[in-house]
Design a protein around this ligand. Structure first.
Ligand code: GDP
Length: 443
């Protein structure tokens, strides 16, 4: 090739690259400006934090009231067990669904957990008992979950796994309780996730030994803000329920988070908490990204679990990982994994509105077994080709997925058509369901 040819080839390449840098930098500035203006500059952060804490305390008090009836022998009960054949995150979500049903039907949740695959002695190996007054499942009448008319006067109701639940009430996720909906929608970007997070928080109140361990581990790992939590799910999940993603795909978003934050404040160290079931990944990440500090429980989990009550180290490992992911300022992960979804839920209970503090490489947030997840159109849209769909203001669109490129895919309930539409033209439709309001809990 001639000198001229090579020169012009490089010129095209450079122009392309520089133009891209320019666009990217301009977009970043715009994005940052918009976020800052909308969020912090209004000075309402303190109010948000306080309001969410108050709401959280209210839910906590109600659950405490529900879970500690004065007379267990006459209390109405929901019975669940921990034998669902799946991982920790999936089992925790199973218990979460049970607690939501318990709350919505005003029945005390009895959790049967002896012989749990993660700790044969059960739930209380790591978490506080769900009740101080009522852990006995017996009662005068017992039935499987069914229509309200069938179970109304039954004392003990056994719940199936969520996929077999029939009938499926309106109060199932992603619904939030009607009496909290207005306050929650005002203060939080995703009320359903906050609500589910409160359930998880109640369920996973740590035993003193676990609380100590978490505190010691935090110190040992030098876990501190600013920090991004990265969860990389590999092994049995890859190719079956999720695609393989290289560490680079996660790090693009980690870098973006820090770059953005650095525009507001100097950052001397870029920390990443790395949680993964792939043991070799920590070394790979450190080699590829030497300017980042990677911390991970993987390095110490075996020794930290020695001499404790854990049946095997894997329970401690996943609890610790979820804990530190939820404490991170930002999460980068795949929402196809229940581990990361739990971390995202818990994250909402620990700070002001953190609905946007994540990047998922695949799914949008969901709760396994949820009722339809609808978005509502804020603006009209005319489809530009056959793969797209029209929107009219107010249309409900059942979302199938966000392609994270400005477009989402879904089904317009009005027109019955499925296809792509611009993600910014819709917002979450917060589902609301009547649930008991627990006036007695406030006394
Ligand atoms: P999912 O399969 O990723 O949706 O989540 P599950 O929690 O249902 O099952 C995955 C299981 O793999 C977890 O419960 C853990 O036992 C293990 N696991 C997955 N990712 C991690 C991780 O980052 N850290 C640790 N310690 N364990 C993990």
């Amino acid at each position: 090739p001639s000198l001229n040819h090579e020169r012009s080839r490089r010129k095209v390449e450079n122009t392309n690259r520089e133009f891209w840098y320019f666009i990217k930098s301009e977009l970043n500035k715009l994005k940052q400006l918009a976020e800052e203006t909308l969020r912090n500059i209004d000075g309402n952060d303190e109010w948000r934090l306080k309001e969410l804490q108050d709401l959280g305390d209210l839910v906590f008090k109600r659950l405490d009231y529900l879970q500690n009836p004065k007379d267990c022998s006459t209390a109405k009960k929901i019975v669940c067990n921990l034998h669902k054949g799946c991982g920790y995150g999936c089992q925790l979500h199973h218990v979460t669904y049970c607690l939501i049903v318990a709350y919505a039907t005003q029945r005390t949740l009895i959790l049967e957990s002896k012989g749990w695959r993660y700790a044969s002695q059960g739930w209380e190996t790591v978490y506080l008992p769900l009740s101080n007054t009522c852990t006995d499942r017996s009662g005068s009448s017992i039935k499987h979950w069914g229509a309200p008319s069938v179970i109304e006067n039954i004392q003990v109701v056994e719940l199936p796994i969520v996929d077999s639940m029939n009938p499926r009430p309106l109060f199932m996720p992603l619904s939030v309780p009607a009496d909290l909906a207005e306050r929650l929608s005002r203060v939080h970007g995703d009320p359903s996730v906050w609500w589910i997070g409160q359930m998880v928080r109640y369920l996973t109140r740590p035993q003193p030994e676990l609380a100590d361990d978490l505190k010691r581990t935090k110190h040992r790992l030098e876990f501190k803000s600013p920090i991004v939590g990265v969860h990389v799910r590999r092994t049995d999940k890859v190719g079956v329920e999720a695609a393989f993603h290289s560490i680079d795909e996660y790090m693009i978003h980690v870098q973006e988070y820090f770059d953005k934050r650095e525009m507001i404040e100097p950052i001397s160290q870029r920390r990443v908490y790395l949680a993964t079931d792939e043991p070799s990944l920590l070394t790979e990440a450190r080699e590829k990204y030497p300017t980042y500090i990677f911390i991970s429980d993987n390095e110490i989990s075996k020794s930290a679990a020695l001499g404790t009550r854990y049946t095997d180290a894997s329970l401690r490992g996943v609890i610790v990982d979820i804990h530190f992911l939820s404490l991170s300022d930002y999460l980068v992960c795949t929402f196809s994994s229940q581990v990361c979804r739990v971390a995202y839920e818990v994250m909402q209970t620990l700070r002001s509105d953190a609905a946007n503090n994540f990047y998922s490489l695949d799914d949008v947030y969901y709760f396994g077994g949820q009722n339809a997840h609808n978005m509502v159109a804020l603006e009209n849209y005319k489809a530009k080709h056959s793969k797209e769909i029209d929107l009219e203001v107010g249309d409900l669109v059942g979302i199938a997925g966000n392609h994270w490129d400005g477009y989402s895919k879904g089904a317009n309930r009005r027109s019955g058509r499925s296809g792509l539409y611009p993600s910014y033209k819709v917002e979450n439709k917060v589902m609301v369901a009547e649930m008991p309001t627990y006036p007695e809990a406030d006394k």
